[in-house]
Design a protein around this ligand. Structure first.
Ligand code: F6R
Length: 265
């Protein structure tokens, strides 16, 4: 696991976007795994800028989003599909038919989840997966206790997640209680993973996930078992890491001697 502590939200976002650009330049038909939430907004902004100003091409890209609230149609302003359209898809040249976001209104959730897993497989698997992290350590909506081998399925959100996400809704009662989410096992099959986190509120859970034991109680901790993960933080989110000095030293050496290896272990 490579841990990079950057100065601030902007540098975190720019570095994450530059790793995605590298991936697209080396494989224009890459399969991208995407997250929603406030953390990746800056990364998406930077990708949109790269598309507009540098011609970064998404015409062969295929995307799979991590999750969606159950019961929210794509037109609902708080649905993750809506979020993705507004923050990324509308502004780049990814073909609409290549976009996959779990469908919150699926008639049969069980059948939908199996279909979603098949689609990921049929696309050749996810080349690079972007993740945020919840205050309770969730990745996608894999709340504490999620099986580390879990697949795409229905999850009940914790009260903590409902409270955290209430900021996007009129009030807490409006936050859906369920979501369709890729499983931990699904995420672990991505070839590369970029986890991004910013702000003081994420510092304690980041320290637990990166330097604590691997446990289903902190879903993100299983990333320690993945062979190609880069965790990109701002200074606040990295402030409780015991080995922060070491991570900074590694990053400095890489920038100076092997910049092409940043984010590549
Ligand atoms: C969203 C997702 C969630 C978020 C996490 C952090 O698709 O999968 O796991 O990444 O809840 O959310 P923010 O970025 O809003 O702090």
């Amino acid at each position: 696991m490579e841990v990079i502590i950057t100065e601030n939200y902007e540098s975190m976002s720019k570095l994450a976007a530059s790793l995605i650009r590298q991936q697209l330049l080396s494989r224009p038909n890459s399969v991208l795994g995407l997250a929603t939430g406030s953390t990746p907004v800056g990364t998406y902004k930077e990708l949109v800028r790269m598309h507009r100003e540098e011609g970064l091409d998404f015409s062969q890209v295929v995307t799979f989003n991590l999750d969606e609230y159950l019961g929210l149609p794509p037109s609902h302003p708080q649905s993750y599909r809506y979020f993705m359209d507004e923050n990324l898809f509308k502004h780049i040249n990814v073909p609409p038919g290549n976009i996959h976001v779990p469908y919150g209104h699926a008639e049969s959730v069980v059948e939908f989840c199996a279909w979603y897993e098949e689609q990921i497989k049929a696309a050749g698997g996810i080349d690079i997966q972007i993740l945020g992290i919840g205050g309770d350590g969730h990745i996608a909506f894999n709340e504490p206790g999620s099986s580390l081998g879990s697949r795409t399925r229905l999850k009940t959100l914790t009260e903590e997640t409902i409270k955290d996400n209430a900021r996007f809704f009129k009030d807490e009662a409006e936050v859906p209680r369920f979501a369709i989410t890729m499983g931990v096992g699904t995420i672990m099959e991505a070839k590369r993973i970029i986890l991004i986190a910013n702000g003081k509120a994420k510092a304690a859970i980041i320290a637990e996930a990166i330097e604590g034991p691997i446990t289903a109680q902190v879903s993100a901790s299983v990333l320690q078992m993945h062979r190609e993960v880069v965790v990109i933080l701002d200074a606040a989110a990295g402030s409780k890491l015991k080995r922060a000095d070491y991570y900074r030293w590694v990053y400095e050496q890489k920038k100076r001697l092997v910049p092409q290896m940043i984010g590549r272990m």
